[in-house]
Design a protein around this ligand. Structure first.
Ligand code: AMP
Length: 215
């Protein structure tokens, strides 16, 4: 049995064409079903639905053999114990710094002010500001980062940005682009040895179906 860990939403939806290239069709719609284990048309392949941040953990400890996860999640997890054979170029976005439109970020950085930064991505944010030589107080949040500068909880946020609509709707502006993000295929290292042939078949099929570079 091959177990594939996916998170609901964009990653699940954008992984479906890659699965199709491997001849795998998921037989239930996760938006309609409450099941956490979804069968596929291949009796020896199943999909488990987990939170996006849990995908690397499931694959690391062998709860799943293979998974699809954002580079952001992978960096925060650390990637230990994971073979990362492919950048799938799906669920593309970027990690950016954003502030209230009336906050003078450039001046705060120039003056060497201490910045209060709210984010779910504390490793990425810490590395970025350390490299820039900016002192930060980090506030760890698990969601709705956009609210932090609006309520005075933080001066800046570090969050995923795709179209920029969420920032605009909350009167925030993107002031730094930290890194581009896409989803990657991760494989349990022991499983790669024990289930080499079926996993290789899936990895090769995914590789052949990666969407072309769009920038
Ligand atoms: P947007 O309004 O299109 O810039 O999207 C920003 C919102 O969607 C933020 O709340 C992000 O956390 C979330 N988001 C954007 N892209 C992704 C992605 N690839 N994976 C997960 N969340 C995302």
């Amino acid at each position: 049995m091959i177990t594939l860990a996916l998170s609901k939403g964009r990653i699940f939806d954008e992984t479906l064409p890659l699965l199709a290239a491997a001849g795998i069709e998921v037989l239930e719609d996760p938006e309609k079903s409450r099941k956490l284990i979804l069968p596929t048309n291949q009796p020896n392949v199943r999909v488990v639905l987990v939170r996006a941040t849990d995908v690397p953990t499931y694959v690391e400890y062998g709860g799943a053999d293979i998974g699809v996860t954002g580079k952001d999640t992978l960096i925060e997890h650390g990637g230990q114990g994971l073979y990362q054979p492919l950048d799938l170029r799906i669920a593309q976005c970027r990690v950016s710094v954003a502030v209230r439109s009336d906050f003078d970020y450039a001046q705060a950085v120039r003056k060497g002010s201490r910045l209060k930064v709210a984010t779910k991505y504390t490793s990425i944010a810490r590395d970025f500001f350390a490299t820039k030589g900016v002192h930060v107080d980090m506030v760890k949040l698990y969601g709705s980062m956009e609210l932090a500068p609006l309520t005075g909880l933080a001066d800046a946020i570090v969050d995923l940005v795709s179209t920029g609509n969420t920032l605009r709707a909350n009167h925030l502006v993107e002031v730094e682009r930290i890194m581009d993000i896409s989803s990657h295929l991760v494989v349990n290292q022991a499983a790669l040895k024990l289930k080499q042939a079926p996993l290789r078949r899936i990895i090769d099929a995914f590789a052949s179906a990666i969407p072309p570079e769009n920038n």
